[in-house]
Every structure is written in structure tokens, then in C-alpha cells.
Design a protein around this ligand. Structure first.
Ligand SMILES: Cc1ncc(COP(=O)(O)O)c(C=O)c1O
Length: 362
């Protein structure tokens, strides 16, 4: 096999090697049936246990109770920016949005097309470096829902608590930190996440939605945007991303076999600490973007003394098989994405590279 390199991509991102190997071993013949998972009907008896396994895997890992449906949809997390207001925000109604980075801003923009999407808190003016504390947030009266982004992938800022909507249904974009730690699903009415960071490949979006929210879907909704129809058809209103769901099932099995989300959290905390400690010990050569209290365990963002040095850093790192470190084009800098499947040794190799680079260029 070709040697694997250290892949710091923000998404699509590194997947567990065991999962890739299992998929490889079943590529030509899934469980001995003589066909790959991509070549069989989504309604076949061979696919049924895969979909059930993925649903049950998510349910078990996140401890999702039976009054929530688990869906695997298409259109990315970006379609959820639209589907949520299209289903739950009428023209004269209000929904609250907490904006702590670029993705939350995009969600707000789509919400505004439907009704009064009210930005109740934003950290834009201070450069998206922090998240609000629960008691800093005041909600609109009668908000249909409150939307927040639990981890902003581009800026690397993360909520360290599950938001309490104080009565309003809480909707969370958890695309980039889902399955990285245990969360309290019960605090949420809807959680969504593009799969391509911690759950699987791109092209499939996990939606966990509470039954009472499904009941609020308007009767005349377009079918493919209708959570009720999608739930009633067990994510198979149209042909789902069968390959994506297959990989999700394998990833869930993998995480369960490695101690579940509590263990993921422990490992993720340890990995992130190595990196943040190196930033803090660099005498200001590396400057972390996020305030310490909001530092993401998944996306570690930092700057160097100049853009020229950042460019050199990223290209020299790539030459040493540390790939994907260039920050998002909208903010620049360096971003090391260290999702569940990213190995601790890769973080250690990066830190050694950082020390060497700082010594030579500081
Ligand atoms: C937090 C967050 N929300 C939404 C998105 C958009 O996801 P998609 O490309 O699946 O539409 C991303 C993509 O990286 C993301 O990180």
C-alpha cells in the first residue's frame, strides 16, 4: 500500500484506516454477494441492514432517544441552512441566530429569505475569535428556533457547552465537531452535520430531528425539502447516498470499538493540547486565532509573523507530508484540522516541524 501522509484537511477529511481497509476489502463483493455496495438497490435486503446499522450507530453513540428521527440527506449542510427556515420560519415569524463565524453567517443569510432571521449575537466585530457565554445571550420572544454553530470550522472556535434555548427549540450546525465528544442531544430540537469531517464522506448529511418539530412542517412543502416525508420514508424518498451511508455505518462501528465518544473526547483533548501548548510556547512566533476559552479541539487556527512566512510554512510542511495546513482562503493563516481519525503522532510531527520552522525563521 502507498504510505499514508498526515492529512490536516478541514473536509473532506481523514477517515480511520481500518474503515478504508474494510471498504477496500468489500469493494468488489459486499459480504460475498458478488456486487459492491454502490451497485445494489437501496431497497434491497443487502442495503437494509447497512442503513439500519448507520441509524443505530448514531443513536447509540450520541445517546439519541426514540422521539428523534435520524436521517441521512443530501445537499450538504448548506441545504440545511435553507431547509430549516423553509420548514420552520414563516414570513412574519422570528428565528434567532447566533453567529460566531463564516458558516453561521451563511445560515443567517438563508434564514432571512424566509422570515425575520434575527441575529441575536455576533462576534463578527471582534473577528470571530470567541463564543458567547450562555448568560450573555438574550432570546427573542416567541422565536421559532435558535440556531448556532457548535464549531466554526474556518475560524476554529467552538462552544464548550450545549446551548439552552430558554424555551425556543435549539437548532445546531454540528458539522465539524459531531462525534468528537458526547453531547446532550435532548437540549436540541434539530442537529445537522455534513458527514465529511468526523462521520464519513461528503455527499451525505446527518440530521437528527425531534418528532414535535417534524409535526410543524407545512402541509404543502416540496417533498424533497419536507422533513416529514423524508422521515416517513426513512431517508429513502429518493435514492440516498448509499456509499456514504455504508461508510457512516463503518465509522460508527469503528468509534464504538474504540471506546465511544468519551474516549474520542479524551484523545481529541490530548491532541489539541499538544498543538495549543506549542503555539503558546513559541514566544509569539505563532499566534492562535481563537481566544483560549473558545479554542476548537477540531480546527486549530494560528498566524505567523507574516503572510510570506505562512506561505512558506504551508508549502514546506506539504513537502514533508504534512498536508492541508493552509488556512481557509477567506481568512488566511494556518489551520490544522485534527478530527477523530487524525492520529496523535501526526500532531507530534507537526509540533516538531513548527519548532524547527520557528527556530530557522524567528
Ligand atoms: C460548520 C460547517 N457548516 C456547514 C458547512 C457546509 O457544508 P457542506 O459543504 O456539506 O454544505 C461546513 C463545511 O465545511 C461547515 O464546516
Amino acid at each position: 500500500m502507498t504510505e499514508r501522509i498526515y492529512n490536516f484537511s478541514a473536509g473532506p477529511a481523514v477517515l480511520p484506516v481500518e474503515v478504508l481497509e474494510k471498504a477496500q476489502s468489500e469493494m468488489l463483493s459486499l459480504g460475498g454477494i458478488g456486487m459492491s455496495v454502490m451497485e445494489i438497490s437501496h431497497r434491497s435486503k443487502h442495503f437494509e441492514p447497512i442503513l439500519d446499522g448507520a441509524i443505530e450507530g448514531i443513536r447509540e453513540l450520541l445517546n439519541v432517544s426514540e422521539n428523534y428521527k435520524i436521517l441521512f440527506l443530501q445537499g450538504g449542510a448548506s441545504l440545511q441552512f435553507s431547509m430549516i427556515p423553509l420548514n420552520f420560519l414563516g414570513k412574519d415569524e422570528t428565528a434567532d441566530y447566533i453567529v460566531t463565524g463564516a458558516w453561521g453567517k451563511k445560515a443567517l443569510k438563508e434564514g432571512k429569505r424566509c422570515g425575520n432571521a434575527n441575529m441575536i449575537f455576533s462576534t463578527a466585530d471582534s473577528g470571530f475569535k470567541s463564543v458567547p457565554a450562555q448568560d450573555e445571550i438574550s432570546f427573542s420572544e416567541n422565536a421559532k428556533y435558535v440556531h448556532y454553530t457548535s464549531n466554526e470550522t474556518i475560524e476554529g472556535v467552538e462552544f464548550k457547552y450545549d446551548l439552552d434555548g430558554k424555551g425556543a427549540p435549539v437548532v445546531c450546525d454540528a458539522s465539524s465537531n459531531i462525534l468528537s465528544k458526547p453531547i446532550d442531544v435532548e437540549k436540541h430540537a434539530l442537529i445537522y452535520a455534513g458527514a465529511q469531517k468526523n462521520i464519513g464522506p461528503s455527499g451525505v448529511t446527518l440530521v437528527i430531528i425531534r418528532d414535535d418539530l417534524i409535526e410543524q412542517v407545512p402541509a404543502n412543502q416540496h417533498s424533497i425539502l419536507d422533513y416529514r416525508a423524508l422521515a416517513e420514508n426513512n431517508s429513502m424518498l429518493n435514492t440516498p447516498n448509499t456509499w456514504g451511508i455504508y461508510i457512516i455505518n463503518l465509522v460508527c462501528e469503528h468509534i464504538k470499538g474504540h471506546g465511544g465518544l468519551a474516549e474520542m473526547e479524551k484523545k481529541n483533548e490530548a491532541k489539541a493540547k499538544i498543538l495549543y501548548d506549542a503555539i503558546d510556547a513559541s514566544d509569539g512566533f505563532y499566534r492562535g486565532h481563537a481566544e483560549k476559552s473558545a479554542r476548537s479541539l477540531m480546527n486549530v487556527t494560528f498566524r505567523l509573523p507574516s503572510e510570506e512566512l505562512e506561505k512558506q510554512f504551508a508549502s514546506k510542511a506539504t513537502a514533508q507530508d504534512l498536508d492541508g495546513l493552509k488556512g481557509h482562503r477567506s481568512v488566511g493563516g494556518i489551520r490544522a484540522s485534527i478530527y477523530n481519525a487524525f492520529p496523535r503522532e501526526g500532531v507530534e510531527v507537526l509540533v516538531a516541524f513548527m519548532k524547527d520552522f520557528a527556530q530557522k525563521n524567528g
